[in-house]
Design a protein around this ligand. Structure first.
Ligand code: NIG
Ligand code: FE
Length: 425
């Protein structure tokens, strides 16, 4: 007698990305676990079994999702994202085309401060609906779990408000959110002459309040010239660690201040950006078990020549993760497919490494490696059905959307691209 499954997903290729339960180095990433003519059995929102079509259909019966010319990959995991803000920064986009740099615009009081002003003015309802809209668009592009940073409030009240809205959004959206408090994103204008006062506000009031209300799993800081010095960043991260937050850091994006060494030393979960990391900083990340998360979209969107040395990071044995950095100023990229394309084109990752960085390793950087990031029995049934019999097309055909269907916790979602012209703003 065959066993009854809630859903059996069949495809020309199933890429499991299965692993040993720890972040993958480049040798492990090379093995994506491709099954030709594969099938995945789903029950109660989880994966029960995965294998060849022949083997699975001998054993299981039930509803089938069997679309022609498709392949299946794990749901994509975006481990670096700023999804909650208002307004836009089109004017900066145009200014940069005329030669202004991101850092010059930031130093002149634009940049993050511009988005903070617009976001503080936006109502809860506006922020919530705008965030839900972009999440739906990201899901339609295959992202099923998203790290969500606050960071455009920069006061205790506003950061709490944005994190509360993210909590509601997490309940209402099919997307799983992992929240991060990035209250130390920039010095707000009202603290311009009292940097130490703002760091004290973050460490003594904001982070404890966020912890008390259980609004974020992680804390983050923008360690960069023009933002927070390495010493200030250390104060923020040490306070966060003492409160029990997992740590993430924006480091070595425009300059090398030593943030990656500090991240390793403090045992941060993730150290992100890294365009200016030095090779002799790599060991600290290894020692700390810190995952380097690279973001090629930012270099691309800011038209910088420098990309993070992802090839060297993999070659040094580190497990690399990949994110979009979706935000109004430095990278308005909602698609992990495009992030993977840029990782291959500009960072010389193999397609297998790009997929691993966008699934398995990204899940580990969020502390969710046991739950998502691969198609393995017992894991949450988060799958993406691609509109191609060869999964690599999703990376090779860059700038498009190869998603045919998204399955979240076992449910086939009716994700609709609301705007054929692009992401909702
Ligand atoms: O990841 N680096 C800091 N935060 C963002 C930029 C945010 C913004 O410009 O609004 C980043 O690049
Ligand atoms: Fe960022």
């Amino acid at each position: 007698m065959k066993q009854r499954a809630e859903l059996i997903v069949l495809a020309d290729e199933v890429v499991t990305c299965a692993g040993k339960g720890t972040p993958k180095n480049k040798d492990e990433a090379a093995q994506v676990g491709l099954i030709s003519n594969g099938a995945v059995v789903l029950n109660d929102g989880r994966i029960t079994e995965v294998g060849s079509r022949h083997k699975i259909l001998q054993k299981w019966t039930g509803d089938r999702l069997e679309l022609e010319n498709t392949s299946v990959i794990p749901g994509l995991v975006d481990p670096h994202c700023h999804p909650i803000w208002a307004g836009d920064r089109k004017h900066e986009f145009a200014l940069r085309a005329q030669g202004a740099t991101y850092e010059e615009i930031h130093a002149a009081g634009g940049g993050i401060a511009h988005t903070v002003e617009a976001t503080r003015k936006a109502s809860d309802k506006q922020l919530k609906s705008k965030t839900l809209e972009i999440l739906e668009y990201m899901m339609a592009h295959g992202t099923t779990t998203l790290e969500a940073k606050s960071g455009y409030g920069l006061s205790v009240e506003e950061e709490l408000r944005h994190l509360e809205i993210l909590k509601k959004v997490n309940r209402e959206s099919a997307m799983d959110l992992v929240s991060t408090c990035l209250g130390a994103h920039s010095i707000p204008p009202e603290f311009k002459d009292d940097r130490a006062g703002f760091v004290r506000l973050v460490t003594e009031e904001m982070l404890p309040a966020v912890k008390e209300k259980e609004l974020a799993d992680f804390a983050d800081v923008f360690c960069e010239r023009g933002a927070f010095t390495c010493e200030e960043s250390r104060q923020v991260l040490e306070a966060a660690k003492a409160l029990g937050f997992g740590l993430r850091i924006h480091a070595e994006e425009f300059s090398n201040l030593g943030g990656s060494r500090m991240a390793g030393e403090l045992g941060a979960a993730s150290c992100d950006h890294l365009q200016h990391i030095h090779e002799d900083d790599f060991q600290a990340l290894k020692d700390g078990g810190t995952i380097p998360t690279v973001i090629p979209g930012t270099s691309f969107f800011l038209a910088l020549d420098v990309y993070a040395p992802a090839r060297k990071l993999w070659d040094a044995g580190l497990p690399v993760a990949l994110g979009t950095d979706y935000n109004a100023g430095s990278c308005l990229l909602p698609s992990m497919q495009m992030a993977m394309s840029l990782a291959v084109l500009q960072m010389k990752m193999t397609p297998e490494e790009a997929l691993t960085a966008a699934t398995y390793n990204a899940a580990h950087s969020l502390g969710w490696g046991h739950k998502i990031g691969s198609i393995e029995p017992g894991k949450q049934a988060d799958l993406v059905v691609l509109n191609t019999s060869s999964w690599k097309d999703a990376i090779y055909r860059f700038g498009g959307n190869a998603v045919r269907a998204v399955i979240k916790k076992g449910v086939v979602l009716n994700t609709i691209l609301r705007s054929p012209l692009g992401a909702p703003l």
